[in-house]
Design a protein around this ligand. Structure first.
Ligand SMILES: Cc1cc2nc3c(=O)[nH]c(=O)nc-3n(C[C@H](O)[C@H](O)[C@H](O)COP(=O)(O)OP(=O)(O)OC[C@H]3O[C@@H](n4cnc5c(N)ncnc54)[C@H](O)[C@@H]3O)c2cc1C
Length: 499
């Protein structure tokens, strides 16, 4: 009997997960990736042997009862990955102008840390965390469930984080702490869905791990798994159009001019980008307008600081540095100062030059697409001087703030690199260089979230732009989407068995 065939457009975590799931279900799968490396935002680049991670720093819980752990076990890649726990007592350090809050691993420990720091708010903290647990329970797949109480789910998706927090607690420092990790999904707390925030926070508080080899390693083991299932991953293979006949996806056209047919097509592109890859009339005008009307997520500057020596002052933690207590201001872009940055120093990101250790501090801060968009399309290796000047100035502001916060790093910097939304767009085709693709706000989630299944049959959209952000969201988008075709009950039963 001939095998059914599937084509996956894009090798982000959503695309790779779909490819493995389809391969496990007996499909002969081909993944087409436009870039020369697989992984999309999992991308890592190298300079003189040193590794620089771009869009993956850490993941959350991977235990037997954690959905990401269960997915990676079910996909057959878990044992191929070496997870390195971050500091269990303070995996995230939320640093404010005159105090610091350290986030420990474990939900009960997280609650205790909040109560210890803000004893006068104990009742409010407990009520808030109880609401979080209620919200999390409505995120079906995250809780190993298929059935969702839709009205309850929509209520949690439709409530802004900051609004709900303010119904429970008043202390501005506590509010700043509770909103302090918002860069994990890229939406300011006045617009972030309470439910989405709760799920992502819970995922990370359940356990915080780096991966040896960074996001690249995750992409690599997924590619190996696809191949072991008889699939193929074609790099530098750009899809120019999805071939649609009689409202059914039947294959893709490649930039090379080749046409490849398949029984099933999965797109890991942003829904807005997909529109440019569909033949006229494939989707309704109303759908097209809805997608085009939606706001794209925030863009960032990534700053990569290589040191002569170690970054011990940062330790085995992530730094979330806020320059004010106003959690909305932390989403302001770097302008004449750096209102917020994230920094981390993976222990393995060092190069052995002689016997010295060269740690790398990875930073990111908000830099809107509009600041760099005029140079979109300029040659990657030869951007205009005006662009380089904007990048340099923004990079300097970030690094100056880092040096003020960690003076022991002064004089140790041996190399500085940075990337902006232009790089993100170039390497992943994310529109407007968006970190998390879609803008996952109250106004654009819940019933307004882009649909995974559209008018075209035998076709599915996956990735963080049609689900929740991050590696967890991209992975679950594939489980949810593929489950619609392969049987959600069956996939869920398999997932539970993998716990
Ligand atoms: C700076 C930064 C830091 C982050 N840190 C973390 C973190 O610490 N932890 C975490 O969980 N998440 C993090 N994320 C988010 C995480 O990286 C993403 O959620 C996830 O990798 C996105 O996966 P995806 O499936 O949506 O696809 P993407 O990664 O967006 O990949 C889409 C792929 O499709 C390809 N493609 C597009 N068009 C075509 C075409 N026409 N033909 C062929 N291929 C095409 C692209 O080249 C790309 O490879 C971070 C993101 C950023 C930007």
């Amino acid at each position: 009997m001939t095998k059914k065939t599937a084509i996956v457009i894009g090798s982000g975590m959503g695309g790779l997960t779909s490819a493995v799931l389809l391969g496990m279900a007996g499909y002969e799968v081909t993944v087409h990736e436009q870039h020369f490396r697989p992984g999309g935002l999992l991308h890592r680049f190298y300079r003189e042997g040193a590794a620089y991670d771009t869009g993956f720093h850490y993941c959350g819980g991977i235990g037997h009862d954690d959905i990401l752990g269960a997915c990676l076990r079910h996909l057959g890649v878990f044992d191929e990955i070496a997870f390195q726990p971050l500091d269990e007592d303070r995996f995230d350090r939320l640093v404010f102008p005159d105090f610091e809050f350290q986030v420990p691993v474990g939900w009960a420990r997280y609650r205790q840390a909040l109560v210890d720091a803000f004893p006068h708010e104990q009742a409010g903290i407990d009520a808030l965390l109880a609401d979080m647990m209620l919200a999390i329970d409505e995120y079906g797949l995250y809780r190993f469930k298929v059935d969702v109480n839709v009205p309850a789910f929509l209520r949690w998706e439709g409530t802004a984080l900051l609004d709900l927090i303010k119904t429970h607690v008043r202390d501005p420092k506590l509010i700043a702490v509770l909103c302090g990790q918002g860069v994990l999904y890229g939406v300011s707390p006045d617009k972030a869905p309470f439910g989405l925030h709760s799920v992502i926070l819970h995922h990370f508080v359940r356990g915080a791990y780096r991966i040896d080899g960074g996001g690249d390693r995750l992409a690599k083991v997924m590619v190996q798994r696809i191949k072991s299932l008889g699939g193929t991953v074609k790099l530098k293979s750009r899809v120019s159009q999805v071939v649609v006949e009689d409202r059914k996806a039947v294959g893709v056209l490649l930039d090379s001019g080749e046409e490849q047919r398949a029984d099933f097509v999965v797109s890991n592109m942003h829904p807005r980008v997909l529109l440019d890859h569909l033949p006229p009339g494939a989707v309704r005008k109303a759908y097209r307008s809805r997608v085009l009307d939606q706001r794209v997520g925030i863009a960032h500057i990534g700053v990569y600081v290589q040191l002569d020596g170690r970054a011990d002052c940062i330790g085995n933690s992530n730094i979330y540095r806020h320059m004010s207590l106003d959690p909305v201001q932390s989403f302001d872009p770097v302008d004449d100062h750096c209102p917020f940055y994230f920094a981390t120093a993976p222990n393995e990101a060092h190069v052995g030059v002689g016997k010295r250790r060269h740690d790398i501090v990875l930073m990111l801060a908000t830099l809107p697409w509009e600041r760099v968009s005029e140079w979109d399309g300029s040659p990657v290796k030869n951007r205009p001087e005006a662009y380089e000047a904007v990048k340099q100035r923004t990079q300097d502001l970030c690094v100056d703030q880092l040096m003020r916060d960690f003076p022991s790093l002064r004089g140790k910097v041996t190399r500085l690199e940075s990337s902006t939304g232009l790089s993100t767009r170039h390497y992943t085709e994310s529109p407007q260089g968006a970190m998390y693709g879609h803008y996952h706000s109250v106004a654009q989630m819940g019933r307004y979230r882009p649909s995974q299944v559209i008018r075209i049959r035998n076709f599915l959209q996956v990735g963080q732009s049609v689900f929740t952000p991050g590696v967890l969201g991209a992975t679950l988008s594939a489980y949810y989407g593929c489950g619609l075709y392969l049987g959600q009950d069956r996939l869920l039963a398999e997932l539970k068995a993998s716990r």
